[in-house]
Design a protein around this ligand. Structure first.
Ligand code: KIV
Length: 284
């Protein structure tokens, strides 16, 4: 099943407004050099509902490995996890395009393996696009998918699934060779047919040059304000974690709000101040 109607009698879902037309890959492609693309990650139905009115693109990122599952990296994330969370985000949104990350090991072997995995993601979630990491080495795969009706978002620069090969998460493009590689990777996947390109963790001038060099919109994270759009991990920008990476601007303080609410609840339970008459049922 790819689409679901939220049953408000049995779930906590806020009824969605009448479904409009979702943003499509061609619509986002046409945003090159125009109004910036607003993108955030989403992993759950409720978060998707809250973010959707403000976003053009909701990315079900494999960062859910760390953010939701407490894993040490994105490497252990499975296709099953991505499909389950992808379907939840599609159920909670009606306007933004939903794209789902292809997890490590689900696409690198061959274009055929990538097609099978991406087709499964689109069938099981109802999402309209997939994102995969890698530059020139993935160009053939991007072209294979794009020619077969699967819209692809590329991802170059700091590619977290390659953390073992890169030796960490430091920003890329610091010397001429690295900068040239980022540019060549961006050109390769853009020319292969991706409709948008995430540029992560690269020096500002390299991200700006890559944005000029490709025909599709670039979406920056730790990149440049001159990218055609920006994306952040929602929980980072909402302040759910104490540690904020340098490239994140905090737009909220969820951690404090949650701690305050949990402490107030604990106090009310311990002092028997909760539940009150208002929250209990009595026979007539
Ligand atoms: O997994 C992820 O969240 C991403 C980012 C680009 C935010 O790939």
């Amino acid at each position: 099943m790819s689409t679901y109607t939220i049953d408000t009698a049995t779930s906590r879902a806020t009824p969605s407004p009448a479904p409009g037309k979702r943003l499509t890959a061609p619509a986002l492609l046409a945003r090159k050099g125009k109004e910036p693309i607003v993108a955030l990650t989403a992993y759950t139905m409720r978060m998707a509902q809250l973010l959707d009115p403000h976003c053009d693109l909701l990315l079900v990122g494999d960062s859910l490995g760390q953010v939701i599952y407490g894993l040490p990296s994105t490497i252990p994330v499975s296709l099953e996890m991505m499909c389950a969370h992808g379907a939840a985000v599609v159920r909670g949104s009606w306007h933004a395009m939903v794209a789902v990350d292809m997890p490590f090991g689900s696409y690198e072997e061959s274009p055929q393996q990538a097609f099978r995995s991406a087709a499964r993601v689109l069938k099981e979630t109802g999402a309209a696009a997939v994102k995969l990491e890698g530059g020139a080495a993935m160009a053939e795969t991007v072209a294979f998918l794009a020619k077969r009706g699967i819209p692809v978002i590329g991802h170059v620069g700091l590619t977290p699934q390659a953390v073992n090969a890169l030796g960490g998460y430091r920003a890329r493009g610091r010397d001429e060779a690295e900068a040239e590689k980022v540019l060549a990777d961006a050109r390769a996947v853009a020319e292969a047919g991706c409709f948008a390109l995430v540029i992560e963790g690269v020096l500002e001038e390299v991200a700006a040059a890559a944005t000029k060099a490709v025909a599709c919109p670039t979406i920056g994270i730790g990149a440049s304000v001159s990218c055609d759009g920006q994306i952040l991990v929602t929980e980072d920008m909402m302040g759910l974690f104490e540690r904020t990476p340098r490239f994140v601007k905090r737009f909220g303080d969820l951690a404090s709000e949650i701690k305050t609410a949990a402490a107030a609840y604990a106090e009310d339970v311990r002092s028997r101040a909760f539940p009150t008459e208002e929250q209990i049922y009595r026979g007539k």
